[in-house]
Structure formats: C-alpha cells, structure tokens
Design a protein around this ligand. Structure first.
Ligand code: ADP
Ligand code: ASP
Ligand code: MG
Length: 423
C-alpha cells in the first residue's frame, strides 16, 4: 500500500449528462490524481437515463419483475463509467471501470431497494496500487444470491460513501448540480443560503424529509463508518458543505433548513378493529413488502371495541406495492375502506436549536395559516416539525417558512465596513 491519500469523487446524473460534462468530470478526476491522490470515482447514470429506463420497463409491463428491473436500471451507471474511463485514458492516465459487482459491493436480496452489507474492495485497491484511476458504477451491487441489485433512487451517493469507508478515503466528495447543502432547495427558494457545515443529525433529518441532495442511506452509512462527506458543485470550484459530527459543531442555529417533498402519498384505513395486534398486522405486511412508512397516525376510538382509523404516509412510488401487500390484511381484519391520496406534500423545518426553544411549532402553524395553507397531519421529532399539506401548496409554504425564520441571513453577520451602519 502506498502512503498517498485516497479520495472518492462521486458525480451525479447532471454532472455526466453529455460528452462535454463527462470530459469535464474526467479532467477534475485527473487533476486530483496529478496532485498525488489515489482516486476512485463513482458515477451516476447520465441525465434522465434512470427515469427513461423505468419508463421503458413500464411500457412493456404494468408490473415489472424486480430482478429484471435491476438488470435494466444498473446499465445506466455502467455507460457513464465506461465513457469516463475512455475520456481519462485520452488525458494520458490509466483508468478502469467496474460494475458494482466487480467492485465488490455486496447487498441483501431486496431488488430495487437493496442495502449494502459488505464492500470487498480488493479489486479496487489493487487497481489503485497499480496507479490506475478506478471508476465504480454507482447505485448497484450484487446480492448474496448473485443477482444484480440496485440501491434505490439516489443510491450512487451510498455507493460512494460505502467505497470511501472500505478504502479508507480521507474524504468522499459528492459533486452535484448545486454548490452544496442549502437552507432550502435553491430551485424553489432563490435566496436559499449555502451551509458551510451541517451536522449528521440535521442532515439525516433533511435527507429523510426530502432534501435529495444526499440520499438518506449515504448519510447513515457515513455516520456509522466515520466517513467525511463534502458536497460540492461539479461546475465551479470552491468549497461546498461538509457534514460533520455533532461534537464538532460550534453553536446550533435555531432553525437550519426548510425541506420539502411532493412525492408523498397518504393511505387511510377505515374500520380497523380496535384490538391488540391489528396495527402490527398492517405494518408487518408493509414492512415485508419493503415499503417504507413515514408518519403514522391512529385515532383513539374512545369507547372500547369501536373501530379505529389508521393513516400513514409513504413514497408515491410505493403506492402500488402497498395496495397489493394490504389486500389480504384488509380481508382478514374486515377493514371497510382503503382511501389513498397520491397528491400529498410535506414541508419540514429542521434545526438542532429548536430543542431548547419553545414556540417554533406555533410560528410554523401561524405562517402556514397566513398563506392559507391547510395542515392535514403534523409530525414532530426533537429537531424537526413536519406538516402534511396539499402537494401544490408546497412551493408557497417552503418560501414563506424560509422567509419567516430568516434563513437567507447568515447567523454570523460580517462586520459592517468602517463608516457604515450595521443592519
Ligand atoms: P445528483 O444527480 O447530483 O445526485 P440530485 O438531483 O440527486 O443530484 O440532488 C441535487 C438536487 O437536490 C439539487 O438540484 C436540488 O434541487 C435538490 N435539493 C433539494 N433540497 C436541497 C437542499 N436543501 N440543498 C441543496 N439541494 C437541494
Ligand atoms: N441513477 C440513479 C437515480 O437516478 C442513482 C443516482 O443517481 O444516484 O436514482
Ligand atoms: Mg442524487
């Protein structure tokens, strides 16, 4: 093993969307190599390739087989890696592209949502030892039963972090189409501010509530394995956002960010028998079908034996699987109605400082009320308040909350130049 430091550089779909961008990524990768680094690059599928592959599957089958889906979806990232390896070779360096399987990414057998259980990085390390730049196809692995798997939407982030942990990289750089993690999605809030740092705790809540700039599992993996994540722009230089441990944070601002999602659905089960074990039956069936459930609310029927209503939210993409999984349970428990609503949106405010500040929730409800936004369900954690609202009300709600909590202003105000009044 050499003493040179290793880095992992991950490029997202927009960053490799066309030939020019692949060449630009290749130049950035080579620049790091020429500075004496051992470089592993993890690439996503180009542009909208993954969406197009999903659409192609749906055009031939209303309910595509998950194993075959993974065979199909994994091709997108392979294309990016092979092309980038060619571009790097033309810059006078040796590069090798590897599929997830060749790179030793071993997963469980949950097709389309697999979890990484091991990274056997020998092949990556020996290629690095030979002086090569290694390109790993993101978003995929090989299951314990030797089938190709994919890691869920946005999964290349997790590939990058897992590879960084396995090769002992000094940093995992996530290159994307924004300059880092912002106080809100900069596409919805033009004056959103880039955060120089964000704690793991807050980043986990942000990723879980829709800030897709980092996939939730990549943040979990980084926290567990002590990987340093630096999220930055692939189109300009300059620092982005570093995700750091809670112990390294100086002081917590009250509110750090507003996040949102419009890819949520709600299911309400009417007439659930009020008896022990009923909820367990429902949610075990969903868990067995690999459906991630978010907010769960059950009303209290007040008098014993009267049926209850159970409401929960889930990703819109899981709605069909959830319906199928619930069918036998609906019959077994005598549930009278399954009401599904695919047009749900979610807006959340996140901040480690809210733990010690009362009144944040009241202010959120007031701001949304003033905008005429109706709150359907409220869900909180110690550092997050989430409101379920109509999907089409999300942009208005996000902007109003970002404004009301002054997130565009940095907490640390620069000193006013001599002779000028501070604001
Ligand atoms: P990539 O293809 O590089 O993986 P993604 O589309 O997965 O990129 O994630 C980047 C996108 O995340 C940005 O274009 C931005 O619109 C969105 N996003 C949502 N919330 C945030 C946030 N708080 N900070 C930065 N980006 C955000
Ligand atoms: N290409 C995959 C997706 O679009 C994985 C990724 O980009 O991270 O979800
Ligand atoms: Mg992504």
């Amino acid at each position: 093993m050499s003493n040179e430091p290793t880095i992992v550089m991950k490029f997202g779909g927009t960053s490799v969307a066309d030939a020019e961008r692949i060449k630009r990524a290749a130049r950035r990768i080579v620049a790091q190599k020429e500075q004496g680094k051992r470089v592993v690059a993890v690439l996503s599928a180009r542009g909208h390739t993954t969406d197009e592959l999903i659409q192609a599957a749906e055009e031939v089958s209303p309910n595509p087989d998950p194993r075959e889906m993974d065979m199909l979806l994994s091709t997108g990232e392979r294309i990016s890696c092979a092309l980038c390896a060619m571009a790097i070779n033309d810059l006078g360096h040796r590069a090798i592209s590897l599929t997830g399987s060749q790179a030793g990414i071993v997963t469980d057998t949950s097709h389309t949502k697999a979890r990484i259980i091991d990274v056997r990085a020998e092949r990556i390390i020996s290629a690095l030892d030979e002086g090569m730049i290694v390109l790993v196809a993101g978003f995929q692995g090989v299951s314990t039963s030797r089938d190709v798997t994919t890691l869920g939407r946005g999964g290349s982030d997790t590939t990058a972090v897992a590879v960084a942990a396995a090769v002992g990289a000094e940093v995992c750089e996530i290159y994307t189409d924004v300059s880092g993690v912002y106080t809100a999605d900069p596409r919805i809030v033009p004056d959103a501010r880039k955060l120089p740092q964000v704690s793991f705790e807050e980043m986990l809540e942000m990723a879980a509530s829709g800030a897709k700039v980092l996939q939730l599992r990549s943040v979990e993996y980084a926290r567990t394995h002590g990987v340093r994540i630096h999220c930055r722009s692939s189109f300009e230089d300059g620092p982005g956002t570093v995700v750091i441990g809670e112990d390294q944070t100086m002081e917590h601002p009250l509110i750090t960010a507003v996040t949102h999602s419009t890819e949520e659905a709600r299911i309400t089960l009417v007439g659930v028998p009020d008896r022990p074990g009923a909820a367990a039956r429902i949610f075990t069936a969903l868990a067995d079908a690999n459906v991630n459930v978010d907010t769960i609310v059950q009303n209290d029927p007040r008098s014993e034996g009267v049926s209850a209503e159970v409401t929960f939210t889930l990703a819109t993409e899981d709605l069909r699987i959830a319906h199928t999984a619930l069918e036998p349970i609906v019959a077994e428990l005598g549930i009278t109605k399954v009401d599904a609503d695919p047009e749900v949106g979610k807006v959340s405010i996140i901040g480690a400082g809210m733990r010690s500040h009362p009144g944040v929730a009241a202010k959120v409800f007031q701001v949304l009320g003033e905008q005429d936004v109706n709150i359907e369900i409220i869900h909180t954690s110690p550092i997050k308040i989430t409101c379920l609202i109509r999907a089409d009300a999300v942009p208005v709600a996000v902007r109003a909350l970002h404004d009301a909590f002054n997130l565009a202003d940095s907490d640390v105000k620069p000193e006013a130049p001599f002779g000028q009044e501070a604001r």
